[in-house]
Design a protein around this ligand. Structure first.
Ligand SMILES: CC(C)(COP(=O)(O)OP(=O)(O)OC[C@H]1O[C@@H](n2cnc3c(N)ncnc32)[C@H](O)[C@@H]1OP(=O)(O)O)[C@@H](O)C(=O)NCCC(=O)NCCS
Length: 440
């Protein structure tokens, strides 16, 4: 189609959009030569009367809880207890014409990349009243949350999507996995009791946190849990299944732990052990924890747990009996390119320079050229440079965590650059496959 024709069609198209399209109706518009067929879905887009902010009073909090309980199929939670745990200050509500119509919660913590904990805002409990869906409420909530994160100098944001388009529109992209494994308890062929194991007590939090940080810091994507994240594991609310915790010790030194709940099955012996968190700091601790799980085999048919894409725990077993039964890819948003690149760690032996040109149609401070210099395991960023590697902000999220290499991302259309530049980017962001056992 010639340039003149294209301009004419665009002009005609914009006139028609103003005059003919009726909110709520689907309209088809074909250009004169049939080159383009465009579909418009006009919705109630009165986003100007949406206002975002913290709940002004308890009645608004109550409205938010009612909306998200319905939206997310939550069981009835005790409002006071729920607010105490979540923190009222972490809730943001959307009001339309003064009434709460949706909201979300942001929990600030960190996420491990390259041996460094990068400040991260976890977005959760996103819900909009059904009668207000599809009219831009969630998009406005996400935009306001991103602006706030940037103001608070939090360079990353992560979430588990129930649906992707609304988050992709806000610049999030798939960047790591949560994998759930399943194995018959009877398939564990270990009987190693060389270390001791005992119930976790009130004074053991320090050991549990230390063991977790030891493992998490050597992965990509594990959370640097805040108090909220630890509390929901170690002390779940009364409306959730109770958690049992055990610590593995060599004399008085802790080497591993397990947190799990027991899910009743039918008939009785088909019960399930749901492992919420498990860290084996040593090979002996791994064998002790597997033996401990096998000791449940008379009443529990299955063991469920979450692990990395290749789980070292399975290496210890005689046969390949573990299967992955669930997978959800979490999404990441690079809120601040400069802060995100400088806060993470890099391979210590690598010295490299990468000239990036980032496209971010939402956050203008990211939409520019940057030079990343990597040396001694750290990254330094300055603005400018040649822009050798063109990256969409969503492609950068997947590349940053090591979920997809620059070479793979070129095939998705998120990245453009010469083979030599793609190879440099692939080395810089290479590392363990990003995963996390937490789900929020
Ligand atoms: C998903 C949800 C939060 C979207 O809120 P919303 O205010 O309707 O979203 P927006 O109007 O800003 O729409 C943005 C995009 O989200 C998607 N979307 C909208 N409603 C959706 C729905 N009910 N289900 C799935 N996706 C939806 C659409 O792709 C939309 O893009 P479009 O305008 O091109 O069609 C809302 O539908 C909801 O509360 N659903 C139930 C709870 C839920 O799934 N929460 C997400 C937990 S991660």
């Amino acid at each position: 189609m010639g340039r003149q024709h294209a301009c004419l069609c665009e002009w005609l198209f914009s006139c028609l959009r103003c005059t003919i399209v009726v909110p709520g109706k689907v309209q088809f518009l074909a250009t004169h030569d049939g080159y383009a067929l465009r579909m418009l879905v006009m919705k109630r887009t009165d986003t100007n009367n949406i206002e975002i902010g913290p709940p002004a009073h308890d009645a608004e909090l109550k409205d938010f809880l009612r909306i998200v309980s319905q939206a997310l199929f939550f069981p009835n939670a005790n409002l006071n207890e729920w607010v105490r745990r979540e923190g009222k200050e972490n809730v943001r509500v959307a009001r339309r014409s003064g009434r709460v119509v949706g909201g979300l919660i942001v929990q600030k913590m960190g996420q491990w990349f390259g041996g460094a904990s990068v400040p991260m805002a976890a977005v959760r409990v996103v819900g909009v009243a059904p009668e207000h869906r599809g009219s831009g409420v969630a998009s406005r909530l996400m935009r306001a949350a991103l602006d706030e994160m940037h103001g608070d100098r939090v360079p990353l944001s992560m979430l588990f999507p129930a649906t992707q388009p609304v988050y992709r529109r806000a610049g999030y992209e798939q960047a790591g996995v949560r994998l759930r494994y399943r194995m018959p308890a009877a398939a564990i062929d270990l009987h190693d009791r060389s270390l001791s194991i005992r119930p976790i007590g009130p004074g053991d939090d320090g050991d549990v946190h230390r063991l977790y940080a030891g493992r998490a810091s050597q992965t990509a994507g594990n959370l640097d849990r805040n108090d909220w994240a630890w509390q929901r594991l170690l002390d779940p609310p009364p409306w959730q299944t109770p958690i049992h915790g055990y610590l593995v010790q060599r004399e008085s030194a802790a080497e591993g732990y397990i947190l799990f709940s027991q899910k009743p099955g039918h008939p009785l012996h088909k019960n399930v052990i749901e492992v919420a968190d498990l860290v084996a700091g040593t090979a002996d601790a791994a064998r002790q924890l597997l033996t401990f799980l096998a000791d449940h085999r008379s009443m529990a048919e299955w063991i469920h747990w979450c692990g990395p894409p290749v789980d070292p725990l399975c290496f210890t077993l005689a046969e390949q009996q573990a299967t992955i039964t669930e997978r959800i890819d979490w999404m990441l948003r690079i809120v601040d390119v400069c802060g995100a690149l400088e806060s993470r760690g890099y391979p210590a032996a690598l010295q490299a320079e990468l000239h990036l040109e980032i496209a971010d149609d939402l956050l203008a401070h990211n939409h520019r050229r940057f030079v990343l210099e990597v040396a001694g395991g750290a990254g330094r960023v300055r603005e400018g440079g040649r822009g050798d590697l063109h990256v969409d902000i969503r492609g950068l999220a997947a590349m940053y965590t090591g979920h997809l290499s620059a070479i793979d991302l070129k095939r998705t259309g998120y990245v453009e650059g010469s083979d030599a530049v793609l190879a440099i980017a692939a080395y810089i962001f290479a590392g363990p496959a990003p995963w996390t056992p937490d789900l929020f």
